[in-house]
Design a protein around this ligand. Sequence first.
Ligand SMILES: NC(=O)c1ccc[n+]([C@@H]2O[C@H](COP(=O)([O-])OP(=O)(O)OC[C@H]3O[C@@H](n4cnc5c(N)ncnc54)[C@H](O)[C@@H]3O)[C@@H](O)[C@H]2O)c1
Length: 394
Amino acid sequence: MDRSKEGLMVDALGVAVVGFGWMGRVHTQAYARVAHHYPKLPLRPKLVTVAEEVPGRAEEAAAQFGFASTTRDWREVAADPRVRAVSITAPNFLHREIGVAMAEAGKHIWIEKPVGLTLADARAVADAAAEADVRSAVGFNYRNAPAVETARELIASGQLGAVTHVRIRLFSDYAAHPEGALTWRYERERGGSGVLGDLASHGADLARYLLGDIASLTADTAIFLPERARPTGATAGHSLASGGELGPVENEDYVNCLLRFASGARGVLEACRVSVGEQNNYGFEVHGTKGAVFWDFRRMNELRVSRGTTYQDQPVSTVYVGPGDGEFGAFQPGAANAMGYDDLKVVEAYRFLRSIAEDKPYGATLADAVHSAAVLEAMVRSAESGAWTDVTVA
Ligand SMILES: NC(=O)c1ccc[n+]([C@@H]2O[C@H](COP(=O)([O-])OP(=O)(O)OC[C@H]3O[C@@H](n4cnc5c(N)ncnc54)[C@H](O)[C@@H]3O)[C@@H](O)[C@H]2O)c1
């Protein structure tokens, strides 16, 4: 234990990152920044090692961010006694194997959504973490937006009346280019259920975070771009692969879903990864008997709120979040100074480290990932059967 410049007693916590693509970089940046925003946090992450299978990528990460060592084999991370917490930012098909192994090795886990390919995968990682009594965090970053936290409080405090219905949308063009490479994301064995795991998982988490459990649903899915070009080299994120040999897209581009919440509220959740003209059009519209709240990720620090007692022609106001909303005060001194996407990951890192320091959960955990995965599984079953399907977590 050391004394920080502020005179606080702080412990160094050895952390590792497995998979250094987009999310691996964002987690690493969050570890690097978290103490800047949360100086009172009693744990300071220390970048011990990074595991990455693409030759050279881990070494570049170490040179840029200061990891003490690198490896091509994540099993070395599990066996490394310097590592106490691990970010699992590898593709979905590796979440279960790596997550279970890290938990069994006694490492705390910050894992990306959707946590595996199926409900069974998410549950296996959650069970292993519970068995090993390690803390967890899951990358449902949108719920960390201060405006989303405030929307949840507005709803919970009854200021909108009883919630009647909600629309949740997640539209993106990240897979809209016909020459987008046929990466792991488009294979059922490695990418799972396509846009369901990629985007609808965030929507399922937001729905539950705002309004409680989804009891049942009916879903329709589609693949709109059935073939893509195989990449000829390493990929990260959403690379193009022009002219490559074509192969089949195996998982969903689109899902449209009707929801019935346990509260009796109704909802629509729609997600698409091939929406030309839509860039991160993620958001929700929640309607109650007395008011409504609207959020759009592209204007992340704003809420549009209608509340009062006039019902008809009731005005809608724009509210800029400020230091009183969620974790905003850790980033900006006053309302309408913008926070950005990466800041949501700093909040996630903070909650993860705080949960380790205090030995109790903060923020989204593996239990939340199991709930989201149960919703996705119900979507898959409903799309196959065409029937209303109960969401079953147990
Ligand atoms: N929370 C969010 O908003 C968000 C956004 C994007 C992706 N994600 C999630 O993050 C995860 C990673 O997505 P990404 O966009 O960063 O993908 P990516 O393809 O950019 O990165 C994945 C990295 O893992 C590496 N990798 C593959 N197999 C490996 C192995 N055996 N050992 C070590 N490294 C290995 C790849 O080489 C690559 O560098 C996915 O689960 C995805 O669902 C979450």
